[in-house]
Design a binder for this molecule. Structure first.
Ligand SMILES: *[C@@H]1O[C@H](CO)[C@@H](O)[C@H](O)[C@H]1NC(C)=O
Ligand SMILES: *[C@@H]1O[C@H](CO)[C@@H](O)[C@H](O)[C@H]1NC(C)=O
Ligand SMILES: *[C@@H]1O[C@H](CO)[C@@H](O)[C@H](O)[C@H]1NC(C)=O
Ligand SMILES: *[C@@H]1O[C@H](CO)[C@@H](O)[C@H](O)[C@H]1NC(C)=O
Ligand SMILES: *[C@@H]1O[C@H](CO)[C@@H](O)[C@H](O)[C@H]1NC(C)=O
Ligand SMILES: *[C@@H]1O[C@H](CO)[C@@H](O)[C@H](O)[C@H]1NC(C)=O
Length: 357
């Protein structure tokens, strides 16, 4: 068989295969593209189109090295940008391997994407040079995406041990907050399942202005003495569900901040750490109310607090925390099982005024 003929046969087979999988219309589009290009280009354009048709974007194809030493941030950003600009159902794949990643924003909106799955099997290690992280930003930040699923058994490793000595905001007013491992900003319809977060520099996971968020099978771990390594912090969000997860850190297991409604936490085990807390509330102006919180079937072990509601004494505005249900919470070796602190002050002194919460 001549090489040219061989190519044609292959091409024909490919077209047939595309027809089988995608139906004739898309198959013909692919064939048209292949028909006008040289034989070398056949393969690459085929792979490209195959990728696009399946909506599959693999960071390795965007130059990620996965050697744990080379900074792979640029490859991740490039893969995201293409995935977000694609249409239909899209998969961003991070295969097994160790990736060194600096601060990165996975920003939407992804207008023509109906659902975007980040299949993360790899171990992501955060870079440790703090001057590269923005003020109050996340290390990995997802923003303004609708229909994101983050899954795959992978790990966000914040490499926080080197950063913790720089956590000095409680004693220095001119300080820089350290980055949260994974931050979700203004996301709708998010699913996070089977993901691990380790040794965050600051909070492990934060939700801000998210609607319809479901988290499950999440593992979060940092040493008991690590500062402000809260497991999950939720703020100004609604319809949030966390279940079947284990969280052991140096601070709150889950903290429910201001402006949240309809938050359910079930079958979560906490410890070590500071337990599940509502608040702190009432520190700033214009804080939203907290309502419709349900915490059920949780086990809290070896923590300083179990369930805590903490509000600052000198609230500048008034807000309310209502309709909170705590049901079937098992506590083992918890110093303060239930604590309602209306004069919360983590510093050596706080100015005390009349409180409104
Ligand atoms: C989204 O789809 C519309 C119509 O299907 C198309 O006109 C537009 O160019 C697409 N936008 C992007 C960013 O692909
Ligand atoms: C940290 O990053 C800053 C800004 O990019 C750079 O100037 C500095 O050299 C880096 N430090 C180290 C130790 O790499
Ligand atoms: C999320 O939903 C709200 C309305 O419920 C909408 O205003 C907003 O644009 C949506 N955000 C995204 C990223 O789709
Ligand atoms: C406080 O942390 C900042 C980094 O956020 C660092 O530049 C500064 O030196 C620290 N100050 C002290 C007194 O440790
Ligand atoms: C209280 O919260 C629960 C759970 O979120 C909700 O189903 C219920 O409607 C709320 N009740 C009131 C009176 O708001
Ligand atoms: C109780 O919890 C503390 C941490 O709060 C831990 O150091 C201690 O070992 C635990 N004791 C038992 C008996 O588990």
């Amino acid at each position: 068989m001549s090489p040219a003929f061989h190519d044609k046969i292959l091409l024909l087979l490919c077209i047939l295969c595309f027809n089988g999988v995608f139906g004739s219309r898309q198959g013909i589009q692919v064939a048209a593209v292949l028909g006008v290009e040289g034989s070398e280009a056949h393969t690459s354009s085929l792979v490209h189109h195959k990728g696009r048709r399946h909506g599959l974007f693999d960071v390795m194809r965007f130059g990620a090295r996965a050697d744990g030493r080379t900074d792979d941030t640029r490859a991740f950003r490039a893969a995201w940008n293409e995935a977000c600009e694609a249409s239909g159902s899209v998969n961003l794949v991070i295969p097994k391997g160790t990736y060194l990643i600096g601060p990165i924003k996975f920003a939407g909106p992804c207008n023509n994407v109906s659902s975007l799955t980040v299949l993360m099997k790899g171990h992501l290690k955060a870079t440790t040079n703090l001057s590269n992280y923005g003020f109050s930003a996340g290390w990995v930040e997802f923003g303004r995406v609708e229909g994101l699923t983050l899954t795959g058994g992978g790990t966000f490793d914040g490499q926080g041990a080197k950063a913790w000595p720089y956590n000095n905001c409680s004693t220095h007013s001119k300080c820089k907050l350290l980055p949260t491992n994974v931050k979700f900003m203004a996301m709708n319809k998010t699913v996070v399942r089977g993901i691990t977060s380790l040794n965050s520099k600051f909070f492990h996971m934060a939700l801000v202005e998210c609607q319809n968020f479901k988290g499950s099978k999440i593992k979060i771990s940092a040493p008991e003495n690590s500062p402000n390594t809260d497991g999950i912090h939720i703020e100004r969000s609604s319809s949030v569900y966390f279940s079947g997860s284990h969280i052991g850190t140096g601070d709150d297991c889950i903290s429910i901040g201001q402006g949240n409604s309809q938050v359910t936490v079930s079958s979560v085990t906490c410890g070590p750490g500071h337990g599940i807390s509502v608040g702190s509330l009432g520190k700033y102006r214009n804080e939203g109310d907290v309502s419709g919180l349900v915490v059920r079937d949780c086990t809290i072990t070896g923590t300083s607090n179990g369930i805590r509601i903490k509000t600052w004494a000198n609230s500048p505005d008034s807000s309310v925390a209502t309709n909170m249900t705590f049901e079937n919470i098992v506590m083992n070796n918890v110093t303060n099982p239930i604590i309602i602190d209306q004069a919360y002050c983590p510093f050596t002194s706080c100015t005390s005024m009349v409180h409104h919460i």
